[in-house]
Design a protein around this ligand. Structure first.
Ligand code: GAL
Length: 417
């Protein structure tokens, strides 16, 4: 046998041997709330990639946009001493569970794969507890978007999404006059809070948003700017249809698709719905950053709970590595509507909304106008968020004056601080 054929047979052996050696087994029970069309497609990518590596995936979906029901279920599981292997969890919630001593770290994987070098520092910090990675991020979602149906807008002679709230109100009034529902909305507290934070950003800008909804500064919470934010929220209440109460967010997105309403104010998981329904951006739907010239950040990540057994521990390591692999970050985010958490994944296959998101994210980091989402658990504790959501939802569903709303907001936050 000459040298060449020796090499060839070595290669042949390794191609036979390697797959078994690199096939990872491991089992994960994954708790998440991705049950809408676009969400299910995206989490399906994670499941099938994990299974393709030889792992066993036990799916534990808890329906309910924004994840409030999932977080209640998680608490019950942990209290019962039976946590899931991996949980979709984010922002300060990661720290809260880590402080309770409930999380395993995946720092060996993170070090071996040099996650520090490929994640934006702002995101890496959220994923770590006491310097070690306890979470792996799948994406970067942007919350401050307005989605629109161009055909519906054309009915009132409008071709573009408004760029400030006065303009928005003017277009919405025209739509109302034409018998068209201006705003598709689902009256659930987290959706009310989503709209509220987007409006606050548009009225007051990034510094105001940060002072009020991240630093919980009393002066900002009780300011005239906050009164104006509530005024605009009251306006928006007049633009929703009769059936808005309790509606799921993806059904509101469907109203845009079906031409039953003109706009939806929602994060770019809404794009996942449009795409899953075969709709194309720029043609069937428009995406435009909401007023504010900033970027409201929401990143989904998975944490790894303290579980027993080699199989599950291995599953955690394999899942962490898979989540952060460039190929997965591309496939997953193409379905989810978000952009990769890794900074080194090319966006060639992504649409114009994703490219805009990436451009604006980069600009916002440079201009210090990147702000974390309060509504999506990136900014404040669950307790504070709960108080803010209560006030916003009560305001939205009553005749409360803006001044009273602001007063209620400031005192609710003070009470739990
Ligand atoms: C967000 C989450 C998104 C999306 C949305 C609606 O909080 O980050 O991934 O799923 O809820 O369920």
């Amino acid at each position: 046998m000459n040298k060449f054929s020796l090499l060839m047979s070595a290669a042949a052996i390794s191609t036979i041997v390697l797959p078994t050696a690199t096939f990872a087994d491991g089992t994960v029970e994954v708790l998440h709330w991705w049950t809408s069309g676009g969400e299910a497609k995206a989490v399906g990518e994670l499941k099938s990639s994990f299974e393709a590596q030889g792992g066993t995936w036990i799916d534990s979906p808890i329906a309910g946009g924004g994840g409030d029901a999932a977080m209640t279920a998680l608490r019950a599981r942990v209290v019962a001493g039976n946590p899931p292997t991996a949980v979709q969890l984010k922002g300060p919630g990661i720290q809260e569970w880590a402080i309770e001593g409930s999380l395993n770290d995946v720092d060996d994987v993170a070090k071996a794969e040099n996650w520090d070098a490929v994640l934006p520092p702002v995101l890496a910090a959220i994923m770590k507890y006491e310097g070690k990675y306890v979470a792996a991020p799948v994406n970067i979602h942007r919350v401050d978007w307005i989605w629109a149906n161009p055909e519906v807008l054309a009915k009132v002679g409008v071709t573009e999404v408004p760029t400030n709230w006065d303009e928005f109100n003017a277009v919405a009034d025209k739509l109302l006059a034409a018998g068209i529902t201006p705003l598709a909305h689902g009256g659930q507290p987290w959706q009310d809070a989503t709209v509220f934070e987007v409006v606050a950003l548009g009225i007051g800008g990034a510094d105001f948003y940060r002072d009020a909804l991240v630093n919980l500064d009393q002066a900002a919470l009780a300011s005239d700017t906050m009164v104006k934010t509530f005024d605009q929220l009251r306006k928006l209440r007049g633009y929703v249809d009769q059936g808005f109460s309790g509606r799921d967010w993806n059904l509101a997105t469907a109203m845009i698709m079906n031409g039953q309403a003109a706009f939806q104010i929602m994060g770019d998981w809404a794009k996942g719905e449009f795409l899953a329904a075969g709709k194309a951006p720029g043609k069937d739907f428009l995406c435009a950053p909401a007023p504010g010239g900033a970027f409201v950040l929401n990143s989904d990540s998975f944490t790894f709970f303290k579980v027993e057994g080699e199989d599950q521990l291995k599953g955690q390591q394999v899942l962490a590595s898979l989540i952060m692999s460039p190929g997965f970050q591309e496939t997953f985010n193409l379905a989810k509507g978000s952009i990769p958490a890794r900074t080194d994944v090319a966006l060639d296959k992504f649409d114009s909304c994703a490219v805009k998101s990436h451009e604006d994210l980069t600009a916002a980091i440079a201009a210090n106008s990147l702000v974390p989402s309060m509504a999506h658990e990136m900014a404040v504790s669950r307790t504070v968020r709960g108080e803010i959501m209560d006030v916003v939802t009560n305001f939205f569903n009553s005749n409360m004056s803006s001044a009273d709303g602001v007063q209620a907001l400031a005192s609710a936050v003070k009470r739990v601080q």
